[in-house]
Design a protein. Structure first.
Length: 193
């Protein structure tokens, strides 16, 4: 597997069954999945005022370990694990995973970016899919079902397109560069811009 420019090799996909809203996390090691999952459970409780009732996963060691088992038990979360070699038992996430990879691959190839940008393409694909109507939800939008409001589209940009970022402070030379060229790689979740 190719590493991202951020040194990640894996990703974790979490899907909310009711709305099909998806969260994707890039991981440098599979063992990070436990920490990310624990943080995600806290995020759901804080941001949505809800407690996850059921976690469905495969039998990977990143999900079946003492840390996760104890944390889920303390929260009263039921952990349903699919049988070995039966991904169809976790079909919602498996299909979403395949869809994300198709879209991410298309975004990266269309932008003509090197393979180590696969993580950015994947995060961007997740962002876009969460804001796209889907037949599975009878034309509803995952974002709308989760947040009870329509998503905004005016800020969307083409993945891999040229952009200019301002240089602050401005150079003293009137004819000096005031921005530098960059490539649009996605949307930040921790700040606006």
């Amino acid at each position: 597997m190719h590493k991202t420019h951020g040194n990640c090799t894996y990703f974790l996909t979490l899907v909310y069954d009711r709305s099909r809203y998806t969260w994707t996390f890039l991981l440098s090691e599979k063992s990070q999945a436990s920490t990310v999952l624990i943080q995600f459970l806290a995020y759901v409780k804080t941001q949505f005022g809800r407690v996850v009732k059921v976690l469905r996963s495969d039998h990977g060691t990143e999900f079946v370990n003492t840390t996760i088992s104890m944390h889920l038990a303390a929260l009263g979360v039921l952990h349903q694990k699919s049988c070995v070699y039966t991904p169809q038992q976790n079909s919602i996430v498996e299909r979403k995973h395949r869809y994300l990879l198709h879209v991410a691959r298309t975004l990266r190839l269309h932008a003509v970016l090197p393979i180590h940008f696969w993580g950015d393409a994947l995060l961007n694909a997740t962002y876009l899919i969460n804001r796209t109507p889907t037949r599975v939800l009878q034309g509803n939008i995952p974002f709308e079902l989760l947040f009870n409001q329509l998503p905004l589209y005016s800020h969307l940009r083409i993945f891999g397109s040229l952009y200019f970022a301002s240089i602050l402070p401005k150079p003293p030379d009137k004819f000096g560069a005031r921005a530098f060229k960059g490539v649009f790689l996605g949307y930040a979740f921790d700040h606006k811009g």
